[in-house]
Design a protein around this ligand. Structure first.
Ligand code: F6P
Length: 328
């Protein structure tokens, strides 16, 4: 019989993403709804090691559903990777009477949670929060939808300059080793070509495609490149290469960077965060542990943390074909 949970700790760790605050709010309010206490842990696992805790009641999360970033702050803790660091963290949890954890973040966050669970038999539930959408067991991670909308909005603006000056723009987007942001935002923004790590287009095919596009009467183009794509070493070298081989093109580079990670979450991310927070707390109360809550076929599901970390998220190949057809 698992121990009855009376106090849940919640933290955000790794890269912040829009929707994390909405998830914190959901965890806190679900605890309040079930009459259990909730403790906010600042700066992820580092704050756990230092006992940087704060009691959170339903009213302490007013007016954050619409805010980007994370009110609990985030960090990547090296100390938590050591047994000594984790022991300190466990001691602080015990001292504060916390008997379960909800960890919001990406694969690094879940790895930390899984090790902690194995070492101390401590109940842990994960909520996927990263703009990269690279977590297995959920069609959407928190922040991904907002990041897509941000990228599309910015590329729409870049398009104004591209078309006014008959230019070719290489727009680099985030995503770490995954091409989900590039592929989906690229289609949404009407990109000529989309370069992602999962698909090796090759330099020759890129040149061919750009030549074809010019010949078909297009005077400007947008090429979206995932930061993890290896085609041209880096986006600036790729620009030089294309200019050297296709002198008819006037090329510019735009690296979107961290603007993609900030901003008010979309309605989709807020609703997702609310659903995942409820499921995370209620699953802990049912005695479940070591899972990630996620969205599959619009249903909130549980995936073992180990699978969520190790499983591979696939690119939707159909989207590659759609993108090819759209750039005709
Ligand atoms: O994982 C989210 C992400 O924004 C990636 O897309 C990017 O590669 C990385 O984090 C950047 O991390 P940092 O926080 O170190 O700038």
């Amino acid at each position: 019989m698992p121990k009855k949970i009376k106090k849940v700790g919640v933290l955000t760790s790794g890269g912040d993403s829009p929707g994390m605050n909405a998830a914190i709010r959901s965890v806190v309010r679900t605890c309040a709804y079930h009459n259990i206490e909730c403790i906010g842990i600042y700066r992820g696992y580092q704050g756990m090691i230092e006992g940087d805790f704060k009691e959170m009641g339903a009213r302490s999360v007013n007016n954050i559903v619409n805010k980007g970033g994370t009110v609990l702050k985030s960090a990547r803790s090296l100390e938590f990777k050591t047994p000594e660091g984790r022991k300190k963290a466990h001691d602080h949890l015990v001292k504060a009477g916390i008997d379960a954890l909800v960890v919001i973040g990406g694969d690094g966050t879940f790895t930390g949670g899984m090790i902690f669970n194995a070492e101390f038999d401590f109940p842990v539930m994960g909520i996927p929060g990263t703009i990269d959408n690279d977590i297995f067991g959920t069609s959407h991670t928190l922040g991904y939808d907002t990041a897509l909308n941000t990228v599309v909005e910015v590329i729409d603006k870049i398009r104004d300059t591209a078309s006014s000056h008959n230019r070719l723009f290489f727009v680099e987007v985030m995503g770490r080793d995954a091409g989900h942001i590039a592929l989906n935002a690229g289609i949404g923004a009407g990109a000529e070509e989309i370069l992602i790590p999962e698909e090796n287009l090759g330099l020759d095919r890129l040149l061919e495609s750009l030549q074809k596009s010019k010949a078909s009467g297009k005077s400007s183009s947008i090429v979206v490149i995932a930061e993890g794509d290896k085609i041209g070493k880096n986006v600036f070298e790729l620009k030089d290469y294309v200019e050297a081989n296709l002198p008819e093109y006037d090329v510019r580079v735009s690296v979107l960077g961290h603007m993609q990670r900030g901003g008010s979450p979309s309605c989709f991310d807020r609703v997702l965060a609310s659903r995942l927070g409820v499921k995370a707390v209620e699953s802990l109360l049912e005695g479940k542990s070591n899972y990630m809550v996620g969205l599959q076929n619009d249903t909130v599901t549980l995936t073992p943390l180990e699978q969520a970390i190790k499983g591979k998220t696939e690119i939707d190949r159909e989207l590659l074909r759609v993108s090819d057809i759209m750039s005709t």
